[in-house]
Design a protein around this ligand. Structure first.
Ligand code: HEM
Length: 287
């Protein structure tokens, strides 16, 4: 991706993400939390009250009931990806969908576990169960990230929008360009390399870890003497540039963390649907 394209995507993402700062957890006074709790309690009460020896497992009539509810829920939860990308809002807001998704998703821990009848082994049925738990675990991590990262993001920005951060960098670069003119060739080249390097250079690993070993601004700072007035001025500007880059990279790091968790959540969901299909097919095949 070119530096220009990266810059404009960075600005666009901000517009999209800013509308995400909503509390889907509290939506309609925790309506979906209550619904999920009711479902979990009903499933647990049914399991406890059924007088059956041995205790109900996936193959009992109660197991089939819970399995059908669980499968229906998982397929519906997977549709959030489709709903997110739909342009017309429909009867339910995205906030309502996400709220229901989170709480009903959590209730699957109870529904799915009771469906297994606590019979876990090395087979495709348990694989589906473990994958479900992993999707739920990544979901919980995502909710924590969604609720804590925006605050960290605004701390990092110090009231600046992404566009302002990039504009501040451009202003520093303009001053650096002028200030570097009196420098000797070697030092001028160091500054030039720093100015030419895209603030987004470094790849995925650098974004996630916040470490940029090939950073030309850091290299220029290391190689800049402070003997003359021109060198001192350039050094001060390079320090300003490094601080501005650190702020931009901090925002990128938070954004990358959100992207990675969503990638994991989606990939595990795909694996879960594949394992579930194998589980359902094998159950009916051996019926
Ligand atoms: C087996 C259960 C689950 C399945 C199959 C599932 C599946 C999905 C899918 C397909 C998406 C859409 C991702 C996209 O395309 O952008 C999604 C998003 C999400 N899920 Fe889940 N999920 C499950 C459980 C959970 C749980 C238990 C939580 C939280 C406790 C959770 C939290 C989230 C969040 C926060 C999003 C992102 C919403 C957004 O970006 O606006 N998920 N999930």
């Amino acid at each position: 991706m070119t530096a220009g394209a990266s810059r404009s995507r960075f600005r666009e993402d901000e517009t999209r993400r800013d509308s995400d700062h909503v509390s889907f957890l509290r939506h309609k006074r925790f309506r979906w939390a209550w619904a999920a709790l009711a479902l979990s309690l009903a499933a647990a009460a049914g399991y406890a009250l059924i007088d059956q020896d041995p205790r109900p497992n996936g193959g009992s009539w109660y197991g089939y009931t819970l399995g059908t509810i669980g499968l229906g829920l998982i397929l519906w939860l997977s549709l959030l990806g489709v709903r997110k990308r739909r342009i017309n809002p429909g009867a339910w807001s995205l906030k309502a969908w996400t709220s229901a998704h989170v709480y009903l998703g959590l209730s699957l821990v109870v529904v799915g576990t009771l469906h297994t009848g606590f019979q876990i082994g090395w087979n495709v049925h348990s694989l589906a169960y473990v994958l479900m738990l992993l999707v739920i675990a990544t979901g919980v991590y995502g909710v924590v990230a969604y609720t804590t990262l925006p605050a960290r993001l605004s701390d990092n920005r110090r009231e600046m929008t992404r566009a302002q951060m990039l504009d501040a960098l451009t202003a520093i670069d303009r001053q650096l360009d002028g200030a570097a003119q009196p420098l000797a060739r070697g030092e001028a080249d160091l500054v030039l390399a720093a100015l030419r390097q895209s603030p987004f250079a470094g790849g995925a690993l650098a974004r996630l870890t916040g470490r940029y070993p090939a950073c030309q601004t850091a290299r220029a700072l290391a190689g800049m003497d402070t003997a003359s007035e021109a060198q001192q001025r350039v050094r001060a500007l390079l320090e300003k540039r490094a601080a501005q880059l650190a702020q931009i990279r901090g925002a990128l790091r938070i954004q990358a963390a959100l992207e990675v968790w969503l990638f994991l959540h989606i990939t595990l969901t795909i694996a879960l649907i594949a394992a579930l299909s194998a589980h359902v097919i094998s159950v009916f095949y051996y019926w």
